[in-house]
Design a protein around this ligand. Structure first.
Ligand code: SF4
Ligand code: SF4
Length: 362
């Protein structure tokens, strides 16, 4: 992977037009130039030209980023801001003690062993699935949270009880997102290469219910030329929408949807709700705004995180929904906090799979 020096030309492509300010959720709150791509590039320009040191202060602003990629998608110069900011973060972390300690905690020995132990315990609650002779072969990339907690398997068994699909799994590593966002490129690469090898097999679809895992699997092609067929890389929502399963809710329910920053396509949601009897959808204002959790962002920037959660909570309350649905375990935590901050006792946060498993399946 590239060094900050390799991005020198890319950084100097920034015309300082300031358009990234209009989409950056952090700039909207702070109004601080250093918290948006333009300001960060001014600092990094100084770093690559040896006029500035990659200091603690610059790192503070590197951490003030949700990695929501809104600036990437909006920049007229097509600068890959999040990629460059991750590279700068990596160079900073590799040079200081705190970085070394975090990287040690993220090592295979500690991080992967902890997940493996959780996975072993959760096996008790998972049931063997029936396999069908002729059915879609789905490779399930569970992600760390679903490896440890068995609920999603239970929901899937219920949702697909009348639909023949074969779900296969591999002994995958973490997708690498937590390592990438801390600048632990070496560990990210280790996970990615391992998973890429495991994915060299036959499947009709590669499916996840975590928007972050999905976007990282997508990025394996860009970073490692992994050859993953991205047409086959889907969310469980896409599979459910396609299978035309009907869901019947005993009592009328009102639902709203939070789109995770890393979910590229949410077309499945409305299609699924159309197949839900007794469920009414109310679109939330700014339904694609970040929930404010964003991994370690919430820990490093508690005030900013709270602001984002508060405005998300206000928008949820306006819908008066019984359920706020999403497809990312990390967003679930952010949304729960949003409800707590806004003292919303009516709405419950659920994953799409949990919500659908509450219905009678036809
Ligand atoms: S939108 Fe792109 S070119 Fe314009 S200021 Fe932001 S990073 Fe620079
Ligand atoms: S990734 Fe999101 S939060 Fe970070 S600078 Fe870009 S728009 Fe702002």
């Amino acid at each position: 992977m590239k060094t900050l020096e390799d991005y020198k030309k890319e950084i100097s492509k920034c015309s300082k037009c300031g358009l990234c300010q209009s989409v950056c959720p952090i700039f909207k709150i702070t109004k601080n130039e250093c918290s948006v791509s333009r300001g960060k590039f001014v600092m990094l320009h100084g770093v690559v030209n040896k006029e500035l040191k990659l200091s603690k202060n610059i790192n503070k602003y590197l951490d003030m980023c949700l990695k929501c990629e809104k600036c990437d998608n909006f920049c007229p110069a097509e600068i890959k801001a999040t990629e460059i900011l991750t590279c700068a973060k990596s160079e900073y972390m590799n040079k200081n003690l705190a970085g070394k300690i975090i990287f040690l905690l993220q090592s295979k020995l500690i991080f992967s062993t902890a997940i493996k132990i959780g996975k072993l315990f959760s096996r008790i609650f998972r049931k063997e699935r029936k396999s069908y002779e002729k059915a879609k072969n789905i490779m399930y990339f569970k992600g760390c949270v679903n490896e440890v907690f068995p609920q999603t398997d239970i929901y899937l068994n219920k949702i697909f009880k009348n639909t023949p699909i074969n779900i296969t799994e591999q002994n995958f590593e973490c997708c690498g997102m937590p390592f990438l966002s801390e600048g632990n490129i070496k560990r990210f690469e280790e996970c990615a290469q391992y998973n890429i090898k495991k994915l060299k097999c036959e499947y009709d679809y590669l499916v996840t219910d975590c928007a972050s895992c999905q976007s990282v699997l997508h990025s394996y092609n860009k970073f490692f030329n992994a050859g993953i067929d991205t047409e086959k890389l889907l969310n469980w929502g896409d599979i459910i929408a396609d299978s035309q399963i009907e869901f019947h809710f005993e009592k009328p329910v009102t639902v709203t949807f939070h789109k995770p920053c890393h979910l590229k396509n949410d077309d499945f949601f409305k299609k699924i709700i159309d197949n839900c009897q007794n469920a009414q959808y109310v679109e939330m204002e700014n339904y694609d705004d970040c929930c404010g959790f964003a991994g370690t962002f919430a820990i490093k920037n508690p005030k900013l995180s709270k602001e984002l959660m508060k405005s998300k909570g206000i928008n949820i309350a306006k819908t008066n929904a019984d359920y706020v649905i999403t497809t990312c375990p990390s967003c679930i935590l952010g949304l729960k906090q949003a409800l707590k901050i806004t003292k919303n006792k009516k709405t419950k946060v659920v994953s799409l799979l949990e919500f659908l498993s509450k219905a009678e399946i036809k």
